[in-house]
Ligand binder design. Structure first.
Ligand SMILES: *Cc1c(COP(=O)(O)O)cnc(C)c1O
Length: 402
């Protein structure tokens, strides 16, 4: 490191071993609870799932919470329960994970993308109105990196046009908008417990809503379309018939997941504080730089700090983002790319005929974003290693003089 030569060019890496991009925090109590679940004989959806749903309801402050096997499943079910189908349009961001738009396609509806804000990379609420048509049925904002979208505008627009709002809160577990928790604002909100998210059940998700019929429909659809009476089969002793009232899916959470989730949920605020401390340190270290900038977080909302995303200012560098990322990896710093805009991917480009410049901000950001490690299992020293490595790689690619 001392000679400043990049590890990718034969120099010594900043760290001797890889700092992974993410590692989950799984304590002994969680492992015990999973083991007890296995010993209890109740492996499928049961008492622990019900306990996690109750605890999640309380944490978010929503009236209903439905445990599911993924966030993707929850987005699919929310739209299905709202009756979205063939010929309908759902407005969303292209700057997201594939799942957000894939579920719209699964239902035979059309994902209509709206470009993002350059400083937050969240859906630009001021551009939604011009994308509305007679076929628009719902708005599907994604709280990118954990920062809530402009929800007053989004919910207001939805109200005045009779649209539903389904939020992809895969990044936004601990987030709040104008002091209101994410999970209490839209028609339905879906959280992810995938292994890299702020809390994990390995795979898993949770849908929250204040709308009781919607919650009941999501529940029914998540378990083969069996009537709510059938659900009691799992809770009450004795023999019960079930009735199939819809061609549902197999999307329910099960108790081995929930056992892990219970111990994760208890810790999320403590973990958030650690991430917030790391975010402040990154912000402070990167503030003087002209070569990159972190995303802006608006003062009227609380980010869940799921990802620490920087935008590389390529005009001030003699390197592409991909080479920059490779050089960081060679320094033994795990990195992520969130995201390459969906309209640039072959399926969305070809099926819906999108040109790269249809969403200029999303296109611009796709070549510039880089996510740095941010999780409570890292130490303060790990954070310093990331900063040192970023500065080292920046120095190795100074802007060429004209
Ligand atoms: C992770 C993620 C999802 C999917 O979550 P799963 O629980 O894996 O289905 C959806 N949207 C976004 C923005 C994500 O990051």
């Amino acid at each position: 490191m001392t000679d400043g030569r990049l590890a990718s060019e034969g120099g010594t890496p900043v760290r001797p071993t890889l700092l992974p991009f993410h590692r989950s925090w799984i304590d002994e109590a969680a492992i015990q609870e999973v083991a007890e679940t296995l010993r209890s004989g109740w492996l499928t959806r049961g008492p622990r799932t019900a306990r996690l749903e109750a605890a999640f309801r309380e944490y978010v402050g929503a009236h209903h919470a439905v445990g599911l096997n993924s966030c993707t499943a929850g987005l699919h079910l929310a739209l299905a329960a709202l009756g979205i189908g063939s010929g309908d349009e759902v407005i969303t961001t292209p700057f997201t994970f594939a799942a957000t738009a894939n579920v719209i396609v699964h239902l035979g509806a059309r994902p209509v993308f709206v470009d993002v804000e350059p400083d937050t990379l969240n859906l630009d609420a001021t551009k939604i109105a011009s994308a509305l048509t007679g076929k628009t049925k719902a708005l599907l904002p994604v709280h990118f990196a954990g920062q809530p979208c402009e929800m007053d505008e989004i919910v207001g627009l939805a109200r005045s046009h009779g649209l539903a709002v389904v939020e992809d809160a895969a990044h936004a577990l601990e987030a709040a908008y104008r002091r209101r928790k994410i999970g209490t604002l839209g028609s339905a909100t879906v959280f992810s417990f995938y292994a890299t998210k702020n809390m994990t059940t390995g795979e898993g998700g949770m849908l929250t809503t204040d709308d009781e019929p919607l919650a009941e429909q999501v529940r029914t659809l998540s378990l083969h379309g069996l009537s709510q009476n059938a659900w009691r089969r799992y809770a009450e002793p004795g023999f019960h018939h079930y009735e199939v009232i819809a061609p549902g899916y197999k999307y329910n959470m099960f108790d081995i997941q929930a056992a892990l989730g219970l111990h994760q949920l208890w810790a999320v605020e403590k973990w958030w504080e650690i991430r917030e401390r790391y975010v402040r340190r990154y912000d402070e270290a990167f503030a003087p730089l002209t070569e990159l900038s972190p995303l802006q977080v608006r003062s009227d909302r609380r980010s869940a700090h799921h990802l620490y995303v920087v935008l590389l200012h390529l005009e001030h560098l003699s390197v592409t983002r991909d080479r920059f990322a490779e050089a960081l990896l060679a320094e033994n710093i795990g990195i992520g790319i969130h995201f390459r805009s969906l309209h640039l991917h072959p399926y969305y480009r070809d099926r819906f005929g999108y040109a790269p410049d249809d969403y200029p901000v999303a296109r611009w950001a796709s070549d510039r974003v880089l996510s740095l490690p941010l999780y409570p299992k890292m130490t303060a020293q790990d954070v310093e290693d990331v900063i040192r490595a970023v500065l080292k790689v920046l120095r190795a690619f100074p802007k060429r003089r004209p």
